[in-house]
Design a protein around this ligand. Structure first.
Ligand code: GLN
Length: 301
């Protein structure tokens, strides 16, 4: 595995088309497209890594997987009255479908859906408590207490969160937001600003691998369902392409991270800040493709 990852890191260093960093969050716009890191966490907790795998980055939308797990634990199937389970075919921050579908977002892994999920777990709680629970969940999953929220990234997103506020207010107009939009979005931008390295993120994903030696934080039935949602929806309107090229459940973030799950085998994190046209890490996707080719880990054989 170490040889495979070293080879991938060496190959990625040579790629010239490295995508473009996200610019709508000023703190992310300052990133360079140069870094690339990858880490594979194996059942039992061993981590194999290469490249810039020890550099922290904000996990952004990858946080949606953790809040979904928490929300399902808290609300069970009740959650599905607030959000659907279908791929969207639209950009991560699109408002188009919400109007057609009466304020019920397509799935929990697009912005509108994740905002509804955060709103659901806020019920009766303070943002601080919800963020505390999220950090506890992630730290437990990763067996690492040194995982924090990057306050400047959160503040930077908060200051430019016009679209997300619009999505929240639109859902409020349809009765699908229980808290003031400012409260829900304030919580949401902080969850997105959780910072991890590839090594930490890969370990945090182990609870979705669902085999012996992985933290048992959710039931096997829920693991299957979260993985199904990641496969169908985790890369927005690029989910089909990711399934085609990689064939693993995955979740991307606009900070350039990708978490992919090889069920029963490993959790993989890759990071490179340059994004493709669909807002998914260009090199992260390519690296996952190389890894799956080398390991035969695609769920499609
Ligand atoms: N915090 C980002 C946003 O809401 C997350 C989006 C993403 O990672 N694709 O816009």
């Amino acid at each position: 595995m170490q040889a495979i990852l070293d080879r991938i890191a060496a190959d990625m260093a040579l790629v010239t088309d490295r995508g473009k960093v996200a610019t709508y969050i000023p703190e992310l716009a300052r990133q360079s497209t140069a870094p690339f890191g990858i880490a594979v966490a194996l059942p039992g907790g061993q981590v194999v890594q290469a490249g810039d795998s020890a550099t922290g980055f904000s996990i952004q939308s990858i946080s949606k997987v953790f809040t979904l797990a928490i929300a399902l634990g808290r609300l069970g199937d009740q959650l599905w009255t607030r959000v659907g389970r279908e791929p969207s075919g639209h950009a991560f921050n699109s408002i188009l479908q919400l109007e057609h579908e009466n304020g019920i977002p397509r799935n929990p892994l697009i912005n509108a859906g994740a905002i509804a999920v955060t709103d659901a777990i806020l019920a009766g709680h303070q943002p601080r408590e919800v963020l505390g629970e999220l950090l506890r969940f992630i730290r437990l999953a990763a067996e690492d207490d040194d995982i924090h929220i990057n306050k400047s990234v959160a503040a930077s997103e908060q200051a430019t969160a016009h679209r997300n506020i619009a999505l929240a207010e639109f859902m409020a107009a349809h009765g699908n937001l229980k808290n003031p939009a400012a409260l829900t979005i304030g919580t949401y931008v902080h969850q997105c600003a959780v910072e991890m390295t590839c090594a930490q993120l890969a370990r945090a994903g182990l609870f979705l691998v669902g085999t012996q030696g992985c933290p048992r934080l959710v039931s096997p039935a829920r693991i299957r369902r979260i993985n199904a949602l990641m496969m169908m929806c985790g890369h927005y309107d690029g989910s089909g392409e990711f399934a085609y090229r990689v064939g693993l459940p995955g979740k991307s973030g606009v900070g350039g991270g990708i978490l992919a799950i090889a069920p029963g085998r490993a959790a993989i994190a890759a990071w490179s800040p340059g994004l493709n046209a669909r807002g998914n890490s260009a090199l992260g996707t390519l690296a996952m493709e190389h890894l799956v080719r080398a390991t035969g880990w695609s769920v499609f054989g």
